[in-house]
Design a protein. Structure first.
Length: 605
């Protein structure tokens, strides 16, 4: 039945037999362990493996953490969730005597084991902390500031808030709604649901002042409850959560000097290496799935061919592909299509042979760096590349190729600047909508030509106003420009180097003022994505960001003495506070960047 309806299954198991049977006995007080293992053996069979969502393990500090983790890993789960036992300030968790952070120590022992084993299994809690420490999204309801998107439907059809709220007080998760009279939209507007979607504004004042709040997020909502104050408290596991985040941060910080801080070429190379690493992790996450395995073999063949590696690097460096890889790691990617089409683009560029199959959820099959092929309808496709010539067969047997003409194939447009630089004008990539403002729809030939000419004029103006700007450490390394909706100005996405968003009606003068500030942000984003500047979660990292942002504003407001002076004052305060922080909060790379910022402040002042 689960296979028929595509329902994925997670199973609660607390470790080996001894650990599991501390709490999970049946009504006759017999072990449930063997029956659970039989159920997992069924889920692990090839025909049901795709339904196996993961294992849920409730932390019990009386158990051996390494033995628990090894027992769970042996069952080959796609994911493990380690869950703190439901507790509140009225009913606090059991703790060994004189052990205020026993739960953190237990989890950190597993983190060390997980890291030693090569992180072969996804562990949601650890991956969420690693993500949020470096500015990424939270991956679990139990930690982080991301709004909860969980709906619970009970067996009688009633809607509830998170079922963990049952542990706070009787009736806590009740909404008064059910599936017969109400929709999910109504549930989303329920005050109790909205209370778990307020981010930083929805947690206690104590939590808002904490340096690891982005990672911890105040903990699970139910664990904050106390009589008298309701949920306006830190988690009852507050000390453990702080120790866990700090412990992971200390363990994963690379303090060595990165050459990327001195050289833009090294920075570009480091970003490419991080994309390749993300790609290998994404593929490993889907090992055993037919389409993904086929893609991985094809990519390895291309990367090992005489002409392939350069084209693999170029396509992987296309900035929106990194977004797809991050989505894949967080299970928010709509199937393998974005990565499969990127591999097809490599084969076309390299003049190679290739055959891949996947489900294409839209009619537009976009090949990064090349263009978009329009299909008759979405569905299963077989993509063949023969000596670099592309042909796509749909599930109905129809074929499409770029050779069919402009009604089917739209090449990705580009504009060439005066210095010979070629910029792709990517107004079609389905993954390009990752800027803080909406992107423009695909442009027609006339508006696209006008946009390209205005870009060329803007860069010429930049060369005239700031000769030699391209050699500056903060010069924007851009390969791709995406048109944004009118009035959006110049924007940077979340990808670091490579992509720039520019409003279709941008003013070249504004472009010249904004480009240095945008380049600075892009460089800092890329550095943070490829090297550690500070131990994540400490104040030093925020001060580096504040100083860099203020110096960028000082350059932007060069024509306004008052605003420029205010920006320089903010930069000076941030740098002074940075100098007062403990020396070990910055890595060697962070120290170099801080010295660079101080030297720049001295010149501008």
């Amino acid at each position: 039945m689960f296979r028929e309806f595509g329902v994925k299954v997670s199973v609660s198991l607390d470790g080996d037999r001894a650990a599991n049977d501390r709490h999970r006995l049946d009504r006759r007080h017999r072990s449930s362990y063997d029956r659970v293992l039989r159920a997992l053996a069924l889920l692990r069979r090839p025909e049901y493996r795709h339904l196996y969502s993961g294992l849920l393990c409730t932390v019990d500090v009386a158990n051996d953490p390494v033995a628990v983790h090894d027992a769970l890993v042996a069952l080959e789960p796609p994911r493990i969730d380690y869950l703190l036992p439901h507790s509140t300030w009225d009913s606090p968790p059991h703790r060994p005597v004189d052990s205020p952070t026993a739960y953190a120590r237990w989890l950190l022992r597993i983190f060390d084991r997980w890291d030693e084993q090569g992180r072969t299994v996804a562990v949601r809690t650890f991956e969420s902390v690693l993500s949020t420490l470096r500015g990424g999204p939270s991956l679990t309801e139990a930690m982080g500031l991301a709004p909860s998107d969980l709906a619970v439907v009970e067996t009688d059809g009633s809607f509830e808030q998170a079922d963990s709220l049952k542990t706070a007080y009787a009736g806590a998760p009740a909404t008064g709604y059910d599936v017969f009279e109400h929709g999910f939209g109504e549930l989303a507007r329920h005050p109790g649901v909205r209370a778990r979607q307020l981010g930083l504004a929805g947690i206690s004042s104590t939590c808002r002042r904490c340096p690891v709040v982005e990672s911890c997020g105040g903990g699970l909502y139910a664990h904050r409850y106390s009589t008298g104050r309701g949920f306006d408290n830190p988690s009852v596991f507050c000390a453990d959560l702080r120790a866990l985040v700090d412990g992971i941060a200390e363990r994963t910080t690379d303090r060595a000097l990165s050459p990327a801080v001195h050289d833009s070429g090294e920075l570009w190379f480091a970003q490419g290496e991080s994309i390749r690493h993300a790609l290998s992790r994404a593929m490993a996450r889907h090992t055993g799935e037919e389409d993904w395995d086929e893609m991985w073999r094809a990519l390895l063949d291309l990367d090992g061919s005489p002409k392939g590696p350069a084209h693999v690097d170029d396509v992987l460096a296309h900035p929106y592909l990194s977004t797809a890889l991050k989505e894949s790691l967080h299970d928010r990617l709509d199937g393998p299509a974005p990565l499969a089409s990127a591999i097809a683009a490599v084969a076309v560029r390299a003049g190679a042979d290739l055959k891949l199959r996947w489900h294409q959820s839209t009619r537009e099959l976009h090949l990064p760096t090349l263009g978009t092929l329009t299909l008759p309808e979405p569905g299963r496709v077989e993509v063949s590349v023969t000596a670099g010539r592309l042909r796509v067969r749909t599930h109905t047997g129809e074929e499409r190729s770029p050779e069919d003409g402009p009604s089917v194939w739209r090449p990705l447009p580009a504009t060439t600047l005066t210095d010979g630089t070629v910029l792709l004008l990517d107004d079609a990539d389905p993954l390009r909508d990752c800027f803080p403002v909406p992107v423009a729809p695909p442009l027609g030939p006339g508006p696209l030509d006008a946009f390209g000419r205005r870009l060329s004029t803007a860069f010429d103006l930049m060369d005239e106003r700031a000769p030699g700007w391209r050699t500056d450490a903060n010069a924007l390394l851009v390969t791709t420009v995406t048109p944004l909706k009118e009035g959006s100005g110049v924007r940077l996405g979340a990808h670091g180097l490579g992509a720039l968003g520019v409003a279709v009606d941008f003013d070249p003068e504004e472009f010249v003022r904004e480009l240095p500030r945008t380049g600075r942000r892009a460089r800092l984003t890329a550095l943070r994505g490829t090297a550690d500047l500070n131990v994540p979660g400490n104040r030093a990292g925020r001060l580096l960001d504040e100083a860099s942002r203020a110096l960028g504003n000082a350059t932007y407001f060069a024509g306004d003495a008052a605003l420029r002076a205010a920006a320089l004052d903010r930069a000076e305060r941030a740098l002074e506070q940075l100098g007062e922080r403990p020396k070990d909060e910055l890595t060697e790379t962070g120290v170099v960047l801080a010295e660079e910022l101080r030297a720049e402040w001295a010149v501008l002042s």
